[in-house]
Ligand binder design. Structure first.
Ligand SMILES: [Zn+2]
Length: 116
């Protein structure tokens, strides 16, 4: 049995949690523009890789909150537990992901309605 360190409640046995599939699947911004195949890929196609894998879990018998777990799918070793929206922790052997730079603001002249 796994011991999962809920970021809100602390370490609890696996039976208190439910698995939620692969983490970091972004919903398409304009689903109506997708083909049926692209929509099906978004709904059903997942990585299912061997080794370090980022996945979602919910503490169903506790705080009922979602969070992410970086877990090895072969050994079940949990490398990291982190809240939804937190930066992805690097997997073993992976370079840390640099923090995103804030998006550059568009010059005022390019905004709609500017200069009128
Ligand atoms: Zn919890």
């Amino acid at each position: 049995m796994l011991l999962i360190d809920c970021p809100y409640c602390g370490e609890r046995p696996e039976i208190e949690f439910s698995y939620g599939g692969e983490a970091h699947i972004a919903r398409p911004e304009n689903p109506g523009a997708l083909s049926d195949k692209e929509w099906a890929d978004f709904l059903f196609m997942r990585g299912n890789q061997k080794g370090a894998f980022r996945e979602r879990w919910i503490h169903t018998q506790g705080c009922r909150r979602w969070f992410n777990v970086l877990r090895d799918t072969t050994s079940h070793e949990i490398y990291a537990v982190y809240k939804i929206g937190a930066p992805k922790p690097p997997a073993p052997g992976e370079k840390p992901v640099a923090a995103k730079k804030p998006a550059a603001k568009k010059p005022a002249a390019l905004k709609k309605g500017a200069g009128k």
